[in-house]
Design a binder for this molecule. Sequence first.
Ligand code: ZN
Length: 384
Amino acid sequence: MTSIAYTNGRVLNQGKVEDNLAIIVTGTQIEAVIEPGHAIAEDIKTIDLEGNYVLPGFIDTQVNGGGGVLFNDSPDVAGIRAMGEAHYQFGTTGFLPTLISDELDVIRQGVSAVKEAINQGVPGVLGIHIEGPFLAHDRRGVHDAQKLQQLTHEIINALEPLRSGQTLLTLAPETVSPDMIRSLTEKGFIVCGGHSNARYEQVNAAIENGLRGFTHLFNAMSQLTAREPGMVGAALESKNTWCGIIADNHHVSPVSLKLAYRCKGPERLMLVTDAMPPVGSSQSEFSLLGKKVRVSDGVCRDPDGTLAGTALDMASAVRNIIEDTGCSIPEASCMASASPAVFLGQQADRGTIEAGKRADLVIINEKLEVLTTLIGGKVVFAGK
Ligand SMILES: [Zn+2]
């Protein structure tokens, strides 16, 4: 197997950015992280990173689209491939193609497409995120009211999670019984709360039955108020759950972002894009299940003015969270990589730069712009 030594990088190594480290990549894996002054075998090909940062590749658990493709409209391998291509340039090395509420047939197609994409080795596909249709009508946001439905035991019996990838299901806990959440997690689903009007007690009952996290914290959920802490309050209070958060400065105020960061810390917040087809394309409008959505000033809105996903990419989310919370690069990296890796149970292979993990890496400059993205040691993006 060929090895490549990436030298002279500012590498995120064990929680700290360290200068002048070398990373030896052999095949798909990181073979070693070498401190300054230690010799590198002479016969290894060397690439000088010229002092640029090397971070673990970003992991995005909510990708509705990219490159002009909406996963709901193209629940097939070609669609997933196009979405991946659109996001690699922003440092994404792992993602869950995400379906918003749709017919169960579309969900089945999406699941088989992701299964096939993983079989074919489409870079970065870690599973699927099924966001709806078991959501609260009042908190559906841009989801089509006609597509929402009640989760039943028959549906749970018929739904199978992926075996070689993760299946994340976002639901409104108040529309199901806690034992349904238990059944889903026992079947292997990762269950998150979202698009929900649940009361605090209902959310806690769901957490006790296996609810693992929350989808786009603050957006489309019951808010924290004086006497009713709601889903936001339960999410911020709980120590063992993860919160996806959209750091595009439009979905969540920088102040709310900062408060969430103080409550959850970098290990329990995950940056997500909730990206729509315009990301990585020149589109300024697209069709979302029959509604025309316009993109202006980086915001996607339907004709009623409702936010309809984002035009956000992971590199921008990383820059925004640093600016908004004042967190460090290692802390931002944690929210973009390590935290979602642990959430997905992928920490043995992904999320940090360590010998024995996959060589999923992003090389970025001083301005935190992506220069190169590697997935499994292979360059999937190399500058524009
Ligand atoms: Zn949503």
